[in-house]
Design a protein around this ligand. Sequence first.
Ligand code: PRP
Ligand code: HPA
Ligand code: MG
Length: 167
Amino acid sequence: MIERLPHEKGFHISWDQIHRDSRALAWRLEQQGPLAGGAWKAVVAITRGGMVPACIIARELNVRVVDTISVKSYDNQTQEATEVLKSPDPVMMGDGEGVLVIDDLVDSGKTLEVVRALYPKAHFATVYAKPKGRPMVDSFITEVSQDTWIFFPWDMALQYVEPYRGV
Ligand SMILES: O=P(O)(O)OC[C@H]1O[C@H](OP(=O)(O)OP(=O)(O)O)[C@H](O)[C@@H]1O
Ligand code: HPA
Ligand SMILES: [Mg+2]
């Protein structure tokens, strides 16, 4: 068995797969909202990775109010600080009640921790989750191990690969 570096343990997601998994998440969230008939007030994507799943989920749940939040994380040796680069409409957000906050994945949970502190009543959903970040997410579809790196289709391109066995 060949030893692999952590980043080589890749989980490669195709466009088809992210569409299916995002639709599965939408199905899980359907009728779970606090408005009449289990509807949701708004969908908020955590940019940039949350935008594709958020679009698919907003379509499936017929939510037309869609906004974004951009969080930048800094790793400063001993100190870790975060900065919100762009906030969603504060009037629409309130304390987050009835709002679905969507991201592509939760890894350490740091990103969601920041957004959760701002909107404690929102529902936090990701398509994929790693064990460390699980406590930060209310709904998700697929869990992968902490040492797996998820590759999304917007970060990849089709290219030639060498056959396993050379001549
Ligand atoms: O749970 P965490 O450890 O915080 O990691 C998860 C976050 O990291 C990635 O975003 P990134 O900040 O790389 O930016 P991007 O969405 O623009 O790619 C991913 O899209 C999540 O938002
Ligand atoms: O596994 C991952 N894949 C892509 N982006 C990420 N950001 C944190 N973890 C990941
Ligand atoms: Mg992201």
